[in-house]
Design a protein around this ligand. Structure first.
Ligand code: ZN
Length: 323
């Protein structure tokens, strides 16, 4: 403990973090039993979730044609009185049911706009890029961002309200993603058995949890936030990355291990040192190995910062969903 701040609670808690055991971190044995146990504990930590889904009541608000796809502005209900605005991109000339990708935006106030109209600040706008390459993409706004932002604030505003009610903001957003897959599966253009996800940054965090809890996700690109709580959330980041009790339950790469044996592609820019991919990747890789799926996890480290590269991940996802 520092002699300059002998009564600092933060330093005491730092020692606790370094020394305590995670209750359900993977111990290398009984993979399926561990997977079931952590999944059930994770749902409890992030819930409660609605017992029954409400009707989607989906509607198209407007339609605009671009060179290679048609963009529909759509709305569907996640919970009662909780409409989700999204962009649905349908490539021109689809003749049979197509694979689809749920594109999860990062932790930015403009929300889904970057996924389609991004200027490169956050790398490749993957919602548009995948549609231009022939896949249906769905780009919803996460609660508190984009069209779902509130003038009084984003995550803090929502987190305070949900916390008073005993809910969690990550869980709240992940449930919207589960309902977004429901919406994709309701579309005549989409093959409901070939649905993937892609997410950068805060969208990577939500994507890890979503894919872990939703077995319909067939493949996932996890970009720019494949890391550990100990290296990120512990030192800051937004309150929305701190579900109650999760740091006592497991580490982030354990949650990614729940996706096994389904394939995941991790990307990380080697200048993004505040969100290190090591040792998280190796921890999840070990879990995949025990699940006999060591060839289903890939890492692309690229020269660059906190952006979505797509250089290797996008062709990989298209291949995974085309088979
Ligand atoms: Zn946040």
């Amino acid at each position: 403990m520092s002699s300059e701040m002998p009564f600092s609670s933060a330093e005491t808690l730092d020692q606790y973090l370094l020394n305590h055991n995670l209750r359900l971190s993977f111990d290398g044995y009984a993979f399926e039993e561990w997977q079931n146990q952590l999944t059930s504990n994770l749902k409890e930590c992030l819930g409660p979730f609605p017992e029954k889904p409400v009707p989607l009541n989906s509607r198209v608000i407007s339609t605009e044609k671009f060179e290679k796809f048609t963009l529909h502005r759509v709305i569907y209900d996640s919970r009662s009185d909780s409409p989700v605005p999204a962009y649905l991109l349908i490539p021109h000339g689809i003749r049979e049911k197509s694979p689809a990708v749920l594109c999860i935006h990062g932790h930015v106030p403009e929300g889904k706009a970057n996924l389609v109209f991004g200027d490169g600040q956050y790398g490749v706008p993957y919602g548009r890029e995948l549609a231009e390459q022939g896949l249906v993409t769905l780009c919803p706004d996460n609660a508190g961002m984009g069209e779902r932002a509130h003038p009084s604030g984003g995550c803090d505003f929502l987190w305070r309200r949900l916390n008073l009610l005993g809910h969690d903001l990550t869980g709240y957003r992940v449930y919207d993603l589960i309902r977004s897959v429901d919406y994709l599966q309701s579309l005549s253009e989409v093959d409901e058995t070939r649905i993937g996800i892609a997410g950068l940054s805060g969208g990577c965090w939500l994507g890890i949890v979503h894919a872990a809890l939703d077995p319909r996700v067939q493949a996932a690109i996890l970009s720019g936030y494949f890391t550990t709580f100990a290296q990120t959330s512990w030192f800051g980041h937004c309150i929305c990355h701190h579900p109650k009790g999760i740091g006592e339950l497991c580490e982030m790469p354990d949650i990614a291990g729940l996706i096994a044996p389904r394939p995941i592609f991790v990307e990380w820019g080697n200048q993004d040192t505040s969100r290190p991919v090591h040792p998280a990747f190796e921890i999840t890789q070990k879990i995949y190995s025990v699940a006999n799926a060591e060839d289903q996890i890939t890492l692309h480290e690229f020269e660059g910062g906190h952006v979505f590269s797509g250089q290797r991940s996008l062709p990989w996802l298209i291949q995974e969903l085309s088979g």
